[in-house]
Design a protein around this ligand. Structure first.
Ligand SMILES: Nc1ncnc2c1ncn2[C@@H]1O[C@H](COP(=O)(O)OP(=O)(O)OP(=O)(O)O)[C@@H](O)[C@H]1O
Ligand SMILES: [Mg+2]
Length: 349
């Protein structure tokens, strides 16, 4: 499989800078999600890796070799798009085999690979149907099969699940993950859905305005965001501005909090403390001595089926707490929020 590397890649459309000096390395066999809001440059990045677009500056390397002069058809990349772009007048099997037919492979080999691929995507029963006779999820599987059958060394997917409903999206995510692991294929997956990126990817590249804001594992991107923008983009968070009074103590409007020290942050610095709502432990009895806990009163409660979100008034501040809905605490109840220092994460201002 192929390792992909972008170094100081820049893309300008006229005077407009779409991608500004992005560095990214995708290990062989890794699944990386490019995540960011609409217009941040995800598709442009993918198109440059595929060879459909030329970087204005910087270098793209496959297995250490610069591919700037390699045209798209020689890069051996496979692309799956949001709109499946199936051939409407061809059956499932002709659609899937298309990439092999145009390469003029022997008929027997095409047939063998086609059978194998239709089995992988569980579409044997649908092989003689036309795209118009398929569901959205089935069409998406045809699109994936059609790409995988050509054995690309890098698989790129641009919002491939955007047209599917929520349940099917979940199913297709697990399907894509399983396929990707089975073939060990280096995959770059574009999405603007945080949950999708975290569920699928080994690493997530968060892109804002053509710049790489953070590149790390889903867990670190979510729990250890590098900026306020990343923190907010990845999900609801309680954020309190404050001042470091020690390497592991921050003074905030919520009180003095013991926190996880951050490298390179000096005492006296103005920073933000982030506390994710589900990382706080809410109790109706005072927690044991020695715990870091603050007192509050439940001001609001929102029920979401599996989870409940509480608005907890703590002095002059409001803290959002998310819990499993196994229990329900009433509005007005006195509570304590047990805040483990490892869940108080510092973010530079
Ligand atoms: N051919 C082009 N000419 C001029 N500007 C372009 C061109 N292609 C893209 N852009 C601009 O570059 C920026 C990034 O576009 P891109 O399509 O990469 O965004 P994206 O992150 O894929 O967004 P979305 O989530 O909406 O698909 C946008 O502002 C877009 O308008
Ligand atoms: Mg796009």
């Amino acid at each position: 499989m192929t390792q992909v590397e972008l170094s100081a890649v820049r893309k300008q459309f006229g005077g407009y800078v779409a991608i500004d000096e992005i560095d990214l390395d995708v290990a062989s066999g890794e699944l990386v999600a490019l995540l960011g809001p609409s217009g941040c440059g995800k598709t442009t990045t993918l198109r440059m890796i595929a060879g459909l677009e030329r970087p204005t500056a910087g270098e793209i390397r496959f297995d250490g070799k610069d591919v700037s002069e390699v045209p798209v058809q020689d890069r051996n990349v496979g692309m799956v798009f949001q709109r499946y772009a199936l051939f409407p007048h061809m059956t499932v099997e002709r659609n899937v085999a298309f990439g092999l037919s145009v390469r003029g492979l022997p008929k027997a080999e095409i047939e063998a690979r086609l059978d194998e691929m239709l089995e992988v995507v569980q579409l044997q029963a649908f092989r003689t149907r036309f795209p118009a006779q398929l569901s959205g999820g089935q069409m998406q599987r045809v699109a994936i099969a059609r790409t995988l059958i050509t054995k690309p060394s890098v698989l790129m997917m641009d919002e491939p699940l955007a047209n599917l409903d929520t349940a099917l999206r979940g199913e297709m995510r697990r399907f894509i993950r399983a396929l990707q692991q089975r073939f060990g294929i280096t995959t770059i997956f574009v999405t603007h859905d945080q949950v999708e990126a975290m569920e699928l990817a080994d690493r997530v590249a968060v892109i804002f305005n053509g710049r790489l804001a953070q590149y790390d594992t889903p867990e670190r991107i979510y729990r250890r965001p590098a900026s306020l923008e990343v923190a907010h983009f990845m999900g609801a968070a309680n954020i309190f501005p404050g001042r470091l009074v020690a390497r592991d103590r921050i003074e905030t409007d919520l009180g003095l909090l013991e926190c996880t020290p951050l490298a390179g942050m000096d005492v006296g610095a103005t920073v933000h403390a982030m506390l994710r709502g589900e990382a706080l432990e809410m109790t109706t009895e005072p927690p044991p001595a020695g715990r870091q806990a603050i007192r509050g009163k439940i001001a609001s409660r929102d029920f979401f089926g599996a989870s409940v979100t509480y608005g907890v008034r703590c002095g002059s501040q409001q803290v959002t707490v998310t819990e499993n809905a196994r229990r329900m605490v009433d509005v007005g109840a006195e509570v304590w929020l047990d805040i483990a220092p490892e869940h108080v994460w510092l973010i530079r201002t």
